[in-house]
Structure formats: structure tokens, C-alpha cells
Write a protein that binds this ligand. Sequence first.
Ligand code: PLP
Length: 567
Amino acid sequence: MSTQPPGLETVVQTLPDAGVGGPDTALIARLAAELWHEISPPLSDRSSSAPPAAAPVSTGLAGAYPALTPDYAPPVHPATQNARGPDTTGTPSGASGAGDAHPFGEPRCTHFGRTSAPSSPALPLHVPAADVETLAAPAYYFIGESAAESSGRPGSVRTDRLPGFDVHAIRRDFPSLHQNINGHPLIWLDNAATTQKPQVVIDTLSNYYSRDNSNIHRGAHALAARATDAYEGGREKIRAFLGAASAREIVLARGTTELINLVAQTYGKKFIGAGDEILLTTLEHHANIVPWQLLAEQVGAVIRVAPINDRGELLLDQLAGLITSRTRIVGVAHVSNALGTVNPVEAIIPLAHAHGVPVLVDAAQSTPHLPIDVRALDVDFLVFSGHKVFGPTGVGALYAKASWLEQLPPWQGGGNMIADVTFAKTRYQDFPQRFEAGTQSIADVIGLGAALDYLGAVGLPAIAAYEHELLEHATRALESIPGLRLIGTAAHKASVLSFTLSGHTSEEIGRHLDRHGIAVRASHHCAQPSLRRFGLESTVRPSLAFYNTHAEVDTLAEVIRRLPPRK
Ligand SMILES: Cc1ncc(COP(=O)(O)O)c(C=O)c1O
């Protein structure tokens, strides 16, 4: 048996359609890797026969996966690699030079890898002229008509490039995407659980701890001033990201879960009493159910639930009918993490406001995919998590209208949130500090700011357009698999493809995909009521981000097809 991978020329010749913008290099590299895997022994047996790890990179497939690399080698930070200190100049992390490659051989991207100030949204991207000519005006999944339809292109046309958007350039900014898992290039499709981080976020965290580390707000020294500026700078970036009027309306904590608990225990304790109603939807994540249940038990309130139809769409008229004179808050996910449904929050908010009821939007799953404007929405409370928007774990933000924050009592007590303390009485800080007791996750707030700069530079409208087409492509690919049932087929969806496959448990499918380097979630996704609405306890849930490619989706479908039948 040959121990060499098939020639890439052979693979290219057998490809039916290289797609818009020339050959799909990621697909070619992936096919080569797949073929190699089929004809070769497992990685552990390859010691004598495998080609050197760097060999595929020499094919010149810029932007493609290095097809055969060691299973995992932690990325080496350029500062360590070059035995020099951290970059204090704000030079892009991928600045040109010999050390300008990922540990696995891909060149670093220089577009967004800045370690300093906000990048301009108008940063030029590598978009070959030929691609621009063949591309359509963007369409978004929150505006019915698909990108393919609106462009007049057949639905099967695939492209990893849209004007101003080059997925292969973007992928080079994410070091963790460039590794092998179980002998296969990693395909990260667990984005609804958490997202991978661009180099600029990693560098920002590293630089902060290397140079600026200090506690904030109280220190009378240079590092305290630097750290405080950077931390408050992070808050300001979150304000801009959400379109809030003032940075004082941004409260920082560990993430969506903690912040919903904060709203329940402050707004809820003050404004919700015995017999009052809290209106949620079937589509909520447990993070937007359990805090309200805890509150309801404490104050004697009642939870009402707006239902969904068989496609996983919220029944708006029924939700409207559930708003009564006892309703004290409506809590709704912007995007369902289990089904991908995009809820019409722009319609729900005025409905609730017509009854004088405030609305909390859980934007944990929408912020990575859709532009948000809290003032245009007129939303009262909106929460999201940093780690879902390509930022660090341990940080998230609550937007709340100042008119609410000024009425709310503190949540947790301690340092930072006080103005004056005696044993007789404590006076509190004004908001937002009143809600930020103790030492915050300072570096993570700054890292989140870097992630939002990055997202802003790529552009959420471009991301939405690209992901819309990718989601349609993935939906077609999965639907064509015999026995596969998509759970959640709403007209307006984002990112998520939940499914079951007859004859197989979700856990089996998850393990099979992992053996092929494909990371998905196979569980109840912390949204048991959503799945039980369909008579299910679990599904398999691939979820997309803007660094995923059409080739990855094709591989996902192909690997599912190859699932061995149960004995
Ligand atoms: C819709 C939704 N809400 C809330 C959460 C909780 O987010 P976190 O775990 O970051 O607090 C998640 C996480 O998956 C989610 O998808």
C-alpha cells in the first residue's frame, strides 16, 4: 500500500466544481487529508511512514489547513518564540518577518491582529477583484430573502468570500483553529457553546498581565491608572458595540448567567411581588429560566411561558395574550441556542411596552452574529457573554437603561460598590459601580474590548451575510442525509443546526464526529424545555461562526453519512 498522500493535482482534477473565486483550497487540503487518512494507518502507527509534518504547507495552498500536523502543539506566542519582550508598540501581531507564521505553518494575518487601539472599521481586506465581480449584495438572515436568491445565483453556489470578507484571511487570526484532533484538522462547530479567540485577544491578555496588571479605581500609581483606563476603555467599547447612550448603562460581571441573576435579584426583588407574573418563552436557555424561578419562589410570583410552533418559532399572538396587568417583566432570548430561531424582539419590546412592561433580551447567541442597537430596540435590559463573541471567558455585560439602574438596589455588597462605610450605615456608589462589588475580571474586560474591536473591523453586517449563506448551505447538506431530522426550521435562524439521526443517539454521533476532528455539542444544550417541545432529550448541535468554511460543512455532512450502522 502506498504510504504517500495522493497528489493534490489529482484531487483538484476530480473536484466537480471549484466554486466562485477559484479552487476551494481548504476543501482540497481537507480531501487530501481525508484520503491520506483512509489509506494510512492511525497516527500512532505512522512514525516511520508519515511524511514530515511541514510537507503539505509547501504545496503553496495559502489559507488551507496544514493537512498533516502533529495532533496538538500549543501555539507559541511570538514574544516567547523570538525571545523578546511583549510588543509595546501596537505593531500588528502578524507583522511581516521570518517569525510570521502559526506554529503549524500558516502565515499570520495582519489585518486585525493589532494589540492596541481600536482598528478602523474601514480596514482593507484581501478581496481579489475577480471575487468582487462575481459577488452579490449582502443579505441577512433577519431579512427573509436569502443571499443566493437575492443575487440571482443558484442556491448551490458556494463562496467563502463576500465583498470585504475573506474567511481564509480571517482564519489565520485564530491560532487554535490550526491544529489536528484525532489525526484530522480541527473543525470547530461548537461555537454556540464558546468561540475561539483571535490572536489579538490573546495578545491583549498577555500584554495586560505583562505590563499593566494592577487593581483598578483606587491605586495611586501608574499601573493602577493604566489598568483603570484600559478597563473603562473596555466598558466604552461595549457601549459602542451595543449602541448605548452612556457607558454608565453598562454593568460588567462574569457573563450572561450572572447578569440575569443580577436583574432578577435587583429589579425582581424591587418590582415583582406575590401573584405577579414573569413572562418567558419556551425557547429560553436555563440561564433565563432558573434565576426567575428562584425569584418566583422567594417572592411568590408566577412564571408564564409563551409557546412555539413545530418549526421552533415563537407564537407572537399567544405571547401577546399572556401579557396581563400582573406581568412585571418579559424575558426572551434573541436567538435560541438550541434551535437557532431568531426571535422578533423588535416586535416583542413594543408589545410589552404597550402594557408598561419592561423587557430583558438574552443576547448571548445573537451578539456573535447580528448587529445590535439597544436604543433602536428600546430594550430595557440586554445581556451577553464575552466568550461567545470571540473574547475571554469570565466576563459579560448588562445594558440597562439608566432610568432603571438609578432605581435598583445593590446586588452584592463589598469593596468598589460603596461610597462610605460605617457600622451604622453604608452609602453606595452610583451605577454602574454600585453593581460591581469586589475585584472585577479586569484583564477579561480589556480582552473583550479587543474582541469587539476585531468584530467591528470585520463588520457584523458582512459576518451576518456570510453566515447566512453558510447556514443555508449547511441546511441543504444536512437535509440530504437519509434519516436526519433537523430540529428547529424557523424562517429566521442564526448559526445553529440541531438534529437527530434515526438509529443513532446524539452521544454516538458526537463521538463519531470527534474521532474525525469535528467538535459539536451533543446534549440538551441547557435548554431542556425547547427540546422537550419536540419530544427530545438531546440533539446533535453543530453551530457556525464566521471563521467556518463551506468545505468544513461539506466534511461534516460527509462524516455523518459515513456513520457506521448500529450492530
Ligand atoms: C441563549 C443563552 N443564554 C445564556 C447562556 C449562558 O451564558 P454563560 O454560560 O456565558 O453565562 C447561553 C450559553 O450557552 C446561551 O446560549
